[in-house]
Write a protein of this length. Structure first.
Length: 410
């Protein structure tokens, strides 16, 4: 590039290239008019070499590209001025100087490609860092999602456990109520037998003995007998004996006859036998009463245990719920971080894609047009009469080009 710049500079200062703007030569067989219509030098040069304005515009765009390496503004103007007299000339017709200029443009355009590729590499590196961060954030979302799912499953399990524990408490309460009912019913019969036994024993030891032995008189006799009479009616004695009881029991011992003595003896025997039966009933009911008490105690303990299990299940469910909420908060935060980062990732992808598109567009348009113009096949010679003026004037056009470059750079 520097060699080419020095070459162009030498050409600019050479008096050999101090020409001025040129005009089209007159065609053979035509008379030159006094005043010729001015011709655009660039368009005429492109026409002579068979290069379209569109193709050359793409080359101008490439020369003016900001990534063109090591080009000063003066050098850029010089290249824009000499380019049509170099690259538009077919390779077989180029002079050494033209070939050197084309080589310099080739190097410049390759430098642009390399600079664009470097920008792509830079954006790819940035994107890699962004994607690495995005991967971490996505992994965090997956991690917190898994933790939240696990905590949710644990919460549901604890909730079901609490429901089962509540059912056990209800069942334990029902069992206790049933045991207490059985106890009340069983204990009532047993207590009734015991109380009846104690009543008979008391009556036998007091009222009966006092009446039998004549220890009381007057109203006390009647009161004592009334109590015995109510008890005697439950002994299952014969009716004749029941009928004879008042007279026999209320007489003084000295006034009783043999029949009265027999009535008193049978009453005593009936009372004792009833006491004995009741004693047997009470004794037989003790194990059952104990069993009922034990059943109630067991039911009470079972209910207490069920309530304890229920409370423990409730505590565990509460802890599981708090754990679930904490995991949900973490998941929301992870999702929010990822959502906030997505635009950065999209921006990095867009930046990378933009640089890739720029390079591809440069290759597909600017570089492709340059290579198409640069590498055109030699033009077929139609007639010597037509081509000879162009062949002769082409070197003269190239010689006048540096002067135009000097004017552009001035």
């Amino acid at each position: 590039l520097f060699r080419s710049q020095r070459f162009a500079s030498r050409r600019l200062h050479s008096s050999h290239f101090a020409g001025t703007q040129y005009t089209m030569p007159a065609k053979k067989g035509t008379k030159r008019v006094a005043e010729e219509t001015p011709v655009n030098p660039l368009q005429e040069t492109l026409r002579q070499h068979g290069v379209t304005k569109t193709e050359f515009s793409s080359i101008e765009e490439a020369i003016a590209h900001p990534l063109a390496p090591g080009l000063t503004e003066e050098c850029r103007k010089m290249l824009l001025a000499v380019a049509p007299h170099c690259v538009c000339v077919r390779a077989t017709d180029r002079t050494k100087q033209q070939a050197a200029c084309v080589e310099m443009l080739t190097d410049i355009f390759q430098g642009i490609v390399e600079a664009m590729q470097a920008e792509i590499d830079t954006e790819v590196a940035k994107l890699s860092e962004v994607e690495a961060t995005k991967t971490v954030l996505e992994a965090k979302v997956q991690e917190t999602q898994a933790a939240f799912d696990e905590s949710s499953a644990a919460f549901r399990a604890r909730k079901m456990t609490l429901a089962d524990a509540a059912k056990e408490v209800i069942a334990a309460k029902a069992t206790l109520a049933d045991k207490e009912k059985n106890q009340r019913q069983g204990d009532a019969a047993h207590e009734e037998a015991r109380e009846e036994k104690e009543t008979l024993e008391t009556a036998l030891a007091q009222e009966f003995c006092r009446l039998r032995d004549g220890e009381i008189e007057g109203e006390e006799v009647k009161t004592a007998y009334d109590k015995l009479a109510s008890l005697a009616s439950k002994l299952g004695l014969e009716d004749s004996l029941i009928t004879a009881l008042p007279a026999s029991m209320m007489k003084k011992p000295s006034e009783r006859g043999s029949f009265d003595a027999m009535v008193v003896a049978q009453l005593e025997e009936g009372l004792k036998m009833q006491v004995a039966r009741l004693a047997d009933t009470v004794a037989a009911g003790v194990p059952a009463a104990e069993a009922r008490r034990a059943a109630v105690s067991a039911a009470v303990e079972a209910l207490a245990g069920a309530k304890e299990v229920q409370q423990s299940a409730a505590d565990e469910m509460t802890a599981a719920e708090e754990h679930q909420k904490a995991r949900e908060t973490e998941l929301s935060a992870a999702k929010a971080s990822l959502a906030e980062f997505v635009p950065k990732h999209e921006e990095a992808v867009a930046a990378r894609n933009g640089k890739v598109d720029q390079l591809q567009n440069f290759k597909d348009w600017n570089l492709a047009c340059f290579e198409t113009v640069r590498d055109r096949a030699p033009k077929k010679q139609k007639t010597a009469e037509v081509e000879e003026p162009v062949a002769k004037e082409a070197p003269e056009q190239l010689e006048t080009a540096p002067a135009q470059v000097a004017e552009a750079g001035a």
